[in-house]
Write a new protein. Structure first.
Lengths: 361, 310
């Protein structure tokens, strides 16, 4: 009937169009799913994608877009560097948790002292915590050739257990009447990551996300290291002949993505979330993988994809409240998005040609 | 702390049951990887199998139907992955991750009405005479049928890969897909079948968790078991019998840490609960530090996309 013909070069046009195609396909498939659940598909899609931006309560939801988008973008930018070079850091969720624990721990250690130095110290601690956590798979890969996918993922579970232990033990609020969870950093001015402009949702994490986008863009397009990352992803052997040092690249990519994930966790715990608690992490580290792919591993694409996924989070909450749509439906929706994206990717690497009838010889 | 409260007999007796879910998932994934495909979606297929098996068993009242349904659901879900990687030629790592996320979402959606329900019980297979032997009887011969099925499955996979023509073809596809294609074997079709087998096994393993081991349904109940199954395949150097060894080692550690928690050792619960994951990492490091052995044993075409132009 038809066959696939490899394109000599991946089509730039299709690379830009396919994410949009995937979003549309997900909306259609999601609508069918919602219809199966007994909800009006058009209302649900409108609630998820339209109301947070232009609905009656948009003034409340628009800032949320930045609040939820920032950690996704921050983490996804880091992941995209590694993904480009074929280094798969799947454990961003763990690095996010450790960054949050380290950041909060430093802040709480100074309680109740007030000083402008505390918040920068917390940022450093969060970045360092995430970096070190990501260095475990990195060093194991460089030194022993251990698969970084499995190790970084196992460390997510270790980090989750550590988080539980911290919120029940070391970091527990001594005045919390025995409830698990740390002191709320909202009540501690020096450590609180407040909105920079009231009512915009813009906190330091959002600023960091924008800076990360710009720096990643410069790195990938204007810097030798970025060139090496791209080269390694496309032709590992050629990269080695061109003088790329693979272990250094592994350490850099995993370290950077760990640092950004740690930062995201730190900004989250000191701002929107406010405290270390057992259920502090909500899967941003995994959703960021979808963001990175949907954004085509390109910094600007990731910025847009991060905002879109943030929209599905917010819209999902609205749909949950108004339509009783189960929370899991949104998770499924996000998973579908990645599926469709990978499927339509075919179009950017191949041409679909109808089979000609074979001429007789 | 009273370590003598841990009964070594009971510990050993529960070891086989605790290892069965990862054993089932790992032997399925081994076949998939032998055919040259890396399916990182084991966790997603496992948890989907867990809820599908659970739901079917609860609705029908028959645990065996539940297991069957779980295998079918796992295989169906793996078809998505098969379609993406074999026909749409997508990256296998990304597709596997997508499968896991999709499966986690799907399972919690299906599982909404099933929390806090008890599934119908699966009865242990009490083989007369040998199950009454002291010590050995309770450890080896008083389990449910699935435990024996999992071991039989490993034996069957081993025999199939080693002695049968089908096994030889499967391995050749995994080692060098271009050569296999040139010989006239249907690379894509063989891989799709292998992926479906892996999905069915992962589904079974998940159902074992929700129907026998726990037994109830909680969201995210696999808690990384699928990923540990993936690690086991590496640990086993792609050899079926070693999968049993790895699975029982892992099962032993999870049982031991649960028992230590129950006895109340001085180590905080959270740190004990980390043990299975940390041990998996340590074992992976030990295995992969011998690079030559890994590169000799891993299927040469593992994770590579196959596209025949003719």
């Amino acid at each position: 009937m038809f066959h696939l013909e490899p394109r000599p070069q991946t089509s730039k046009l299709w690379i830009a169009i396919t994410p949009l195609l995937a979003v549309v396909a997900t909306m259609i498939a999601g609508g069918i799913l919602f219809a199966f659940l007994g909800k009006d598909p058009f209302v649900s899609i409108r609630l998820i994608f339209w109301d947070p931006l232009f609905g009656d309560f948009a003034f409340y939801y628009r800032p949320q877009l930045l609040v939820k988008g920032a950690p996704l973008i921050l983490i996804a930018i880091g992941l995209s560097l590694g993904f480009r070079a074929g280094i798969w850091n799947i454990g961003a969720e763990g690095q996010y948790i450790i960054g949050a624990i380290c950041g909060a721990a430093v802040g709480l250690a100074f309680y109740p002292m007030e000083s402008w130095l505390i918040f920068p110290l917390m940022i450093l601690a969060g970045a360092l915590g995430g970096t070190l956590w990501a260095m475990i798979p990195a060093i194991l890969k460089v030194r022993y050739g251990t698969n970084e996918i499995l190790v970084s993922l196992m460390l997510v579970y270790v980090a989750e257990k550590l988080l539980a232990s911290m919120s029940l033990g070391l970091l527990k609020n001594p005045e919390g009447h025995g409830f698990p969870g740390s002191r709320n950093l909202r009540d501690y001015a020096s450590a609180f990551n407040d909105e920079l402009f009231a009512g915009t949702g813009m906190h330091w994490g959002v600023a960091a996300a924008f800076i990360a986008v710009i720096l990643a863009y410069v790195l990938l397009n204007r810097h030798m290291l970025g060139f090496q990352i791209r080269l390694t992803g496309q032709a590992p052997r050629a990269a080695r002949f061109a003088g790329v040092n693979p272990p250094r690249l592994i350490l850099f990519c995993l370290g950077t993505s760990g640092m950004l994930a740690g930062l995201a966790g730190m900004f989250e715990v000191s701002g929107p979330s406010g405290q270390i608690s057992i259920d502090f992490n909500t899967g941003y580290g995994f959703t960021a993988i979808i963001v990175a792919f949907l954004g085509r591993l390109h910094p600007v694409g990731i910025l847009l994809a991060g905002l879109l996924l943030a929209l599905t989070y917010i819209g999902g909450e609205i749909a949950q409240g108004q339509l009783n749509l189960p929370a899991a439906a949104i998770q499924l929706f996000q998973g579908m998005l990645l599926f469709f994206l990978l499927a339509v990717d075919l179009l950017s690497n191949f041409r679909i040609r109808l089979n000609q009838r074979k001429e007789s010889i | 702390m009273d370590l003598s409260a841990i009964d070594p007999m009971l510990l050993l007796a529960s070891l086989m049951a605790a290892s069965t879910p990862v054993l089932l998932a790992a032997i399925g994934e081994l076949v998939v990887e032998k055919s040259g495909v890396l399916n990182l979606g084991v966790e997603g297929m496992m948890i989907t199998g867990a809820i599908c098996g659970f739901a079917i068993a609860v609705e029908s009242g028959s645990p065996m139907l539940g297991f069957l349904g779980a295998a079918v659901c796992g295989a169906l879900l793996s078809m998505l992955f098969a379609w993406l990687t074999q026909y749409a030629l997508a990256n296998q790592v990304a597709s596997g991750l997508a499968l896991t996320m999709f499966g986690l979402g799907l399972s919690s959606l299906i599982g909404q009405g099933y929390q806090g329900i008890k599934p119908p019980a699966t009865h242990d297979l009490n083989i007369p005479l040998i199950s009454d032997i002291p010590v050995i009887g309770p450890i080896l011969f008083q389990h449910d049928p699935l435990v024996y099925f999992s071991i039989a499955l490993v034996a069957a996979v081993w025999a199939m890969l080693k002695f049968s023509r089908a096994g030889l073809i499967l391995r050749s596809v995994g080692e060098n897909h271009s050569a296999a294609h040139a010989l006239g074997y249907k690379v894509v079709r063989i891989r799709v079948l292998a992926i479906m087998f892996g999905g069915a096994c992962a589904g079974l393993g998940g159902a074992y968790l929700s129907l026998i081991q726990v037994p109830q349904w909680t969201e995210g109940m696999t808690a990384g078991a699928g990923w540990i199954a993936l690690a086991l395949v590496v640990f086993a150097s792609w050899k079926p019998w070693r999968v049993i060894l790895g699975a029982y080692l892992f099962g032993g550690i999870s049982i031991l840490q649960l028992n230590l928690q129950a006895v109340g050792v001085n180590i905080p619960v959270a740190y004990l609960a980390m043990a299975p994951y940390v041990v998996t990492i340590v074992v992976l490091v030990i295995i992969s530090s011998d690079r030559k052995r890994v590169s000799l044993n891993a299927p040469a075409s593992l994770g590579r996309v196959f596209h025949a132009s003719h």
